[in-house]
Design a protein around this ligand. Sequence first.
Ligand code: FAD
Ligand code: AMP
Length: 478
Amino acid sequence: MSQKFDVVVIGAGPGGYVAAIRAAQLGLNTACVEKWVNDQNQTVLGGTCLNVGCIPSKALLDSTHKFHMAHSEFKAHGIHTGDVSMDVPAMIKRKDQIVKNLTGGIAGLFKANGVTLLEGTGKVLANKQVEVSKKDGGTEVVDAENVIIAAGSVPVNIPPAPLTEGLILDNEGALEITETPKRLGVIGAGVIGLEMGSVWARLGSEVTVLEAMEEFLPFCDKDLAKDAQKTLKKQGLDIRLGARVTGTEVKGQEVTVKYTDAKGEQEIVVDKLIVAVGRRPYTEGLLAGDCGVQLDERGFISVDGQCRTSVPGVYAIGDVVRGPMLAHKASEEGIMVADIIHGHKAQMNYDCIPGIIYTHPELAWVGKTEQELKAEGVKIKVGKFPFAASGRAMASHDTEGFVKIIADEETDRILGCHIVGGQAGELIAQAVIAMEFGSSTEDLQLTVFAHPTVSEAIHEAALACDNHAIHVANRKKR
Ligand code: FAD
Ligand code: AMP
């Protein structure tokens, strides 16, 4: 007799493992199928985020930021360190240990919550059955009252830059570089490209980023994109816009990258090339022909606003469905779907998903940009406060950037917040909470912020929406 579960989750990334834990907490008999194995053929949980995404990239960003601080910023504090050097293999080892601890932690959480782990590759069959091709051979078919597909995404590869061991790398390979390349090429000035470019620029690589689009970070508020472009340039990232890569040639240990821009055909020679041109939903071998689950024209699993697929009782969440490819979006969808299965009328606020780019300064945002709101004809007021006017930011020698709050001119409701700053990624949560609670700028203006903190910049930006900022001159007199 086949095993039967209330919920079978396919994939143990931040979408799947969170869904499985929540479902089990709600008393549902839950299994999670995961196929990812390490080089010792042990199953590892956590998906892209923990193994080759959010966490390892942030570990490298943090190590290299600290290196940069010691190398270039400490002297401003009067600290003299002598020669500072980076042991790159030790940095990679630290990153690997963090990954190991965290992925092991998920296994512990599965045990603590009673989630059954099925080690192997899952395939959705008709009638809510899931076939598991087991890691150690053989197959098992399990029955499910509900299936949650959380199969995630994989890097996009482009024909002009086929991956080449040690030389042309995708985002996974980029996390395993053990020696600082003298010349590094990056294709794609998206989130991953800029984060990886920053890591190696801080260690001394000459970094060239080739981006096909003419506009830098087109999904960001223009004030953020402009500021970031200037700062990253100052940090040594040579970002070439309107540069479409058309081919690569590997000769010995060098890669010639050919691209076209407004001036015609160009080329650069690099020691390593990172391909960071985006990710695509991963559905290979996932859906039996007769299972009824439909894909959209871009290859994502089609779902409604509550992650229901075309088959009742089958849900899909995270990178494999529409919306931003972000770990926290995947996790919240996982919680929503587990709650729906348990019988709640759960829903999620897709208008309030923050985004962060972990360069230094960081970029963080939530809600709409000034340009989007203007295009929609919404009457807005904007308040900005620069960290250069923040006492705490000065004390920390971290004064780049600003907080920008946008609110509806008539109702005062906050519609967006956009931050460039050393701690933008942490600060944005305050705006997310405010927006989630439907706050006005007046709510923030009347809130007491501790002094001295960089958070005071949020308070001041809210005040600036009504030209009442205290620590900076307001734009116009009332
Ligand atoms: P995944 O994490 O991709 O997990 C899917 C899991 O399903 C995998 O473990 C896979 O092995 C498993 N699987 C797939 N098919 C099957 C099958 N048939 N059977 C069994 N198992 C299967 N997001 C952020 O929010 N913040 C960041 O800072 C951030 N940084 C990133 C940096 C990099 C370099 C990368 C690559 C990504 C980053 N992301 C970041 C994106 C984030 O990692 C993804 O949005 C997130 O992991 C998506 O979660 P998921 O659960 O949908 O899919
Ligand atoms: P993201 O999806 O945020 O990771 O960004 C990927 C970026 O890669 C996008 O801005 C694309 O425009 C860019 N891109 C895709 N293909 C190419 C190419 N052939 N040459 C240069 N840039 C590219």
